[in-house]
Design a protein around this ligand. Sequence first.
Ligand code: 4AZ
Length: 830
Amino acid sequence: MGTKQEETEQTSEDKDAPQQDSASVADVSVEVATVDHTLRMLRRMYRKSRRKPKGLKRLLAYVLNIPHITVIVTAVVFVLVVIIWSLLWVFIIRRESYSGAYFAGMFRVANVEFLPEYRQAESHEFVSIATKIQHVVSSVYKTSSVARLYKQAVISDLSNNDQGGVLVHFWMVFVIPRVKSAVMSEEFVGAILKNSVLTSLQNRSSVGYLLGLPVDIDSILINVVQRSDYTSNTEDSQCVDKLYANLPGVSVPLNVFSSWGGVSCHVKLTSAPGSLIRLVVSSFLIEPTDCVDDALVVYDALLPMRGRILHSLCEPVSSSISIVSTSNVMLLSFRMSDNKSFKGYFEAIAEEKCVSEVETQPEGQIYSPFYPSMLPPECACTWKFKTPNPGLGVALHFQNYVLKPKDMKGCNNGWWRVNEVIFCGIYVGYHTVFRIAHHSPAVEFRCSSPNSVQPFQASYSSYNISHPCPESYFLCTTGLCVERSRLCDGLDDCQDESDEMLCSRPTMNCGSSSHPLFVCNGEVDCSHGEDEINCTQETTCSEIRYQCRSGSCILKKNAKCDDVPDCKDHSDEADCDCGHPTPVNKGGSSTGLHRIVGGVNSVEGEWPWQVSLHFDGSLYCGASVLSSNWLISAAHCFSKDRLSDPRYWRAHLGMLMQGSAKHVAEIQRIVVHEYYNAYTFDYDIALLHLKKAWPASLSPLVQPVCLPPSSHTITDSHRCIVTGWGYRSEDDKVLPTVLQKAQVSITSQTECQRIYGLISPRMLCAGVPSGERDACRGDSGGPLSCQAPGGSRWFLIGIVSWGSGCGRPNLPGVYTRVTKFTSWIYSHIS
Ligand code: 4AZ
């Protein structure tokens, strides 16, 4: 193109200019041609200048010439681009590609006498030893493979414990390219220090030398910390306090109040070597925001080390709780928004010598160490029981704790040795009896959790080893004794359904006594309908009887929201704005393509309680709407690190096709059931509190599902549908766009236990024998909604939890049994 332009120009110039030898023009370079061209132009301008104005105007005329404008604009744009790019490089790109990595660490320097002056960071003694230690740490890292990334070490605290020497707490900062950030793990940084000590270890001693400094290798601990932890803890911070409790039994008050702007404060507590610290929280008035805005994190160290978290308080505390450290230091890290307050105190306490001889006659109580304080990560207790005669064993009655034989999964809530056999403690939602068939057993308990856990108490008694339960009673596998008449009555009297196993399918005795499962279940089982009469008569309460708001119970199981007032106070028909879909049929529907596992497309408004939960922007789980600001889902969706942080989640409401939600809600708080067990998936339930209620104008396309009372029963004639945007088969790679639905049948508990073995009373199974209809990955947390025959409302009967694969024959999906959690749910949402 350029060449053509030059040719054209030349042709027009020829009129004014003397003729040129065409061969010589072709031989010279473009530059020469341009000079020639410019000379001619200048000549022309000179000629024109006789007629035209001079000076500025001449320059303007030159500049405003079209080809010149193009050249100048291009040059200016080029210069601007270069400048902007350079600025971006200097201030953003270069800065972004490097970042600070912050670590908190500690180790014990042995063979050094602790001086009281070490407690003051300004003292000459502190500065002197801290400089020495800082130099050693710096030298180790400056001669390591990460020397170029190492920036600095800051000694923050020196303390002493009963092991002797000086416990050094320090910070370390590295500046690392982002691409290398994964390499700088705390294990790697810690290994550099440990390896340096390791080379000098001698004679099985744990003390080696770090450039001449005697360091206990077992005490070395390095943890990654947030930059904010580092900046808010270092010396120039306004809010670091140090408090001491030297005398046991003297309590030191602790009051923190956040005025305008909120506070982020660290309070370091120390007591005398050999003692422990008990922190008592009398009140903590904060907003429950899942540890985002308001929280108190209690550390078992003087720096905020992740591996040393004793307890995180993220909910308001109104009745006192207390936490015990494992040594003589504790750090309280407060994050409090405006007008929040903390009241409490701390004290030095002695380590408990927890060995006792216990006579089981009369009966009594045993308590966990430091009771009623929470159990620290380290503790031990031994009880030597003795019953009056060799025929009597020891029974331990726990409120919410069960001892199970130790398996491969490890023990996180207490380790027990009972006459040399090892058990693990697990917190549960029911009471249990642990029976020891020995008249003088030694029972040893050790704390085995990484953080503080709930304390326990147990009442002990003796029992007859050959007849553990009285005559006409049945021994449950939970250790409880229940009346034989309660076997196979449809009620979980044993708390683990061991009284409901191996029962033949209950038969209706229409003559005299009727099986409780058939009575008033909404279906006529006897030819004359005897099983469905007098159902609204008030009767004694039980798990399978509906309880009215007045407290009285009626036999009718599914009285709630069935459009018939059954309770005298009509409370069964109150709060029934739920479970009523208004499907908008736009042609596509139940006959659509088969998706999920054997599902079909839903239509708009068919499942207005269905929620799509997105983690970090992608579909991760399902959930259901319970009210204007609460959703319900599965605990396993939120069980690991970042998954438990509500800030990463978004709830898409009123959605049929992915990406077309009527409303996207942020989550304020995730309440995972306190007994959720990540190994067994027991108690797989969680509640999500929305930051803001969804707008009422979204109804009926967004609407709550009905929550079943604990008495609610499902029969074969109920219609149960599982919905979600999960995978359509085990090895599917693409998620469906349209919300899928599949009808499934409830599998009997006995059958499901036969299939899977580990099915707790808090689980229910549903599927079809062929396996062709099932939930799958991505559906977790979503609803299994059931509707009574002829009924208008849908109840949330299950929450998608787990299963063996997806859509396999004779392997039904496993759901959380919602009726077991009615009171737990109401205790949080109302
Ligand atoms: C899951 O991984 C999952 N077939 C959910 C449900 C089922 C299996 C797996 C049941 O979320």
